[in-house]
Design a protein around this ligand. Structure first.
Ligand SMILES: [Zn+2]
Length: 432
């Protein structure tokens, strides 16, 4: 049977192929077979136009939308759509919001300026508001969350970042009752030094938000060499450790060799350290002292005035049990010794002028932050020069006594000699 003429428009039944065709001016546009309705040539007629659109499209359960002979398919299953054999791209400036048809705005790191992330997972429970990255396999690297930063404004192009460029941040935002711009904490990575090709020094910064603030402040930093630094304004609150601290590399309170506390010697000198107001390093360098003169103090008299006592430790001294296990102790009482040698007494603050502290009584003024009294201490090592001078005084007196004793012995010897002579004379007289 001949085909339709070039002027034919309408339905045409192709008997040999059992196809019903829609003809426009002699050209077949749509073909209907027993199993399909299709354009008569591949990539042919469209279904609807930009101005004439279909209202709805209904697909059967398990149906498949094929692109280019199954290059990419969208397949339906009960309550699920699956895209296979291809990527899903969402254009720049458009988002994917899971769990809601509203895209929410939060804040950049300043806690004020708004930002609207394009990929959001929103929900009312833990399950429907969580994001999981899973990796299943025996090798390779685990699942990761990546932050990439380039200074080029074209996606996929290259311009090197610079020292201080922020590489990415994890931000913890919260509802303050009004909006979602207020931040509670943040972890951020920055370039930490001059970068180059295959050379990217980086640091980690840890931020928390203070009371009455909307934006977090950097508190701790791990530098590109691994130094952990506190940026807390109040150094007293920089680190609170409930457990112990083990510093196998030593500890320094000032970054000079002479200030390190370590199990090996460092530096060539010593920086004074303190426990509270108690110096644990002393110096006898003459360059630290003025008005130096030989001591005029009678050390023997002074030592005689000290009262040395035997005692046991009281219960308000925490190691009293182990200390008392050593037996009775010998020492001096700070409140007594201060009358004899005030420089050997460490009386915190102005407590040496307090009559209650001086008398060893309860004092409301001179207490520590935890309520315990500010105890007085005797620095026994400061007493050593006094003991040395006392020894020297005793030595001088001993030498003087030895001299006197020597003269006395000489006189006794002379007297003994004279006595013998007299005895001889008497004996001569008695025998004549
Ligand atoms: Zn007091």
């Amino acid at each position: 049977m001949a085909g339709p003429s070039s002027t034919h428009s309408g339905w045409w039944y192709d008997i040999p192929n059992s196809e019903l065709e829609v003809i426009r001016r002699g050209t077949s546009e749509i073909t209907i077979t027993s199993s399909a309705v299709s354009p008569s040539t591949s990539d042919g007629a469209a279904l609807g136009t930009a101005s004439l659109m279909w209202s709805d499209l209904f697909m059967a359960s398990g149906s498949v939308i094929n692109f280019n002979a199954s290059d990419v398919t969208i397949t339906h299953a009960s309550n699920a759509l699956t895209i296979e054999s291809g990527n899903l791209f969402v254009g720049n400036g458009f988002g994917v919001i899971v769990g809601s048809n509203t895209q929410l705005t939060t804040s950049v790191s300043d806690g004020a300026s708004g930002t609207t992330p394009e990929l959001q997972v929103l929900g009312t429970g833990s399950d429907d508001s969580s994001l999981m990255l899973g990796n299943f396999g025996t090798g390779g690297t685990p699942a990761s969350l990546y932050f990439l930063r380039s200074r080029n404004t074209a996606i996929g192009s290259n311009t090197i970042v610079t020292d201080g460029t922020s590489l990415g941040s994890i931000v913890f935002a919260a509802d303050d009752g009004n909006d979602y711009l207020t931040l509670g904490a943040m972890i951020r990575a920055d370039v930490d030094g001059d970068p180059g090709e295959n050379d990217m020094p980086g640091r980690l910064e840890f931020y928390t938000t203070a009371d009455d603030a909307a934006a977090p402040t950097e508190r701790w930093r791990i530098s590109q060499v691994g130094n952990l630094t506190s940026l807390a304004a109040d150094a007293a609150n920089a680190a609170n450790v409930d457990g112990g601290i083990i510093a196998t590399g030593g500890i320094a309170f000032t970054d000079v060799a002479n200030a390190w506390i370590d199990d090996a010697s460092r530096g060539s000198g010593t920086v004074a350290h303190y426990i509270g107001n108690q110096a644990i390093t002393t110096s006898s360098d003459m360059r630290l002292k003025t008005d130096i003169e030989d001591s005029m103090v009678n050390a023997t008299d002074m030592l005689r005035k000290f009262r040395v006592v035997d005692y046991s430790w009281g219960e308000n001294y925490s190691p009293h049990e182990s200390y008392n296990a050593r037996g009775r102790w010998m020492g001096m009482i700070a409140q007594e010794a201060i009358e004899v040698a005030p420089w050997i007494i460490n009386a915190p603050g102005d407590s040496k002028d307090c009559w209650d502290c001086r008398a060893g009584l309860e004092c409301e003024k001179h207490v520590n932050e935890d309520g315990t009294p500010q105890w007085w201490f005797v620095n026994y090592d400061y007493l050593v020069p006094t003991v040395v001078k006392g020894f020297q005084e005793l030595d001088v007196r001993l030498r003087e006594d030895e001299l006197i004793l020597g003269l006395a012995e000489e006189k006794i010897d002379a007297l003994e000699e004279a006595y013998k002579i007299l005895q001889g004379r008497i004996h001569e007289l008695e025998t004549t």
